[in-house]
Design a protein around this ligand. Structure first.
Ligand code: ZN
Length: 201
């Protein structure tokens, strides 16, 4: 079987360097890089970035620059983040990225809401082209802490699906989780089932 070679370019505009940033220092950036260059992880990142390209273009058309603030999280970094890290985070599977939408050099909450609505809407005319309402992403979550607000987007992976099956039994549906996390944790935060809830954020 031929294995596709890992590469630093993940999609037209996204590179490994965009996906390995962390404020915990160069040692963890280097470990993240090693992690991102492992063939399976690299392949998964390429799948993720293919979808992020569509969001990027939509954002750009509306005057916002998509900026990735966090991508992969190697096991060493996740350990370092304990107890604030989740063992089932899709950042650990190279399947998730956190992003902000920048206008005039500033992270825009309005831009973030605009993108979220376009991902959430059932109306094809409002949606981002090529992104399915429920099949493309496993999770679309608005996360925030005291200082910032960002969007977490993840694509399906085997670990996530297995974990979900345990959580929801065999009648689980492969469906996008749209959630809002007021404390930056992607797990067990409320579902955003009504788009008007966005106005309260
Ligand atoms: Zn995240």
């Amino acid at each position: 079987m031929e294995v596709e070679e890992a590469s630093e370019q993940l999609s037209e505009h996204f590179w490994v360097k965009d996906m390995i940033q962390t404020s915990y220092g160069q040692m963890y950036i280097d470990l993240n890089k090693k992690f991102a260059m492992q063939p399976e992880n690299n392949k998964q990142l390429k799948k993720l970035c293919t979808e992020l390209e569509k969001i990027r273009q939509f954002a750009l058309n509306n005057g916002y620059m998509l900026q990735i603030t966090s991508g992969v999280r190697c096991p060493e970094l996740n350990k370092k983040l304990e107890p604030n890290s989740s063992k089932t985070s899709q950042h650990l599977n190279a399947s998730a990225a956190d992003m902000i939408f920048v206008k005039n050099g500033i992270s825009s909450k309005e831009g973030l809401k605009l993108i979220y609505k376009a991902l959430y809407s059932n109306n094809p005319a409002e949606r981002i082209q090529g992104i399915g309402r429920d099949k493309t992403f496993s999770q679309v979550i608005i996360e925030r802490n005291k200082n910032s607000i960002w969007l977490h987007c993840a694509i399906f992976d085997d670990k996530y699906i297995a974990n979900r099956r345990v959580k929801y039994g065999n009648h689980w549906a492969e469906k996008t989780e749209y959630r809002y996390s007021p404390n930056g944790q992607a797990n067990n935060c409320p579902f955003l089932n009504d788009i008007s809830d966005l106005d309260k954020i």
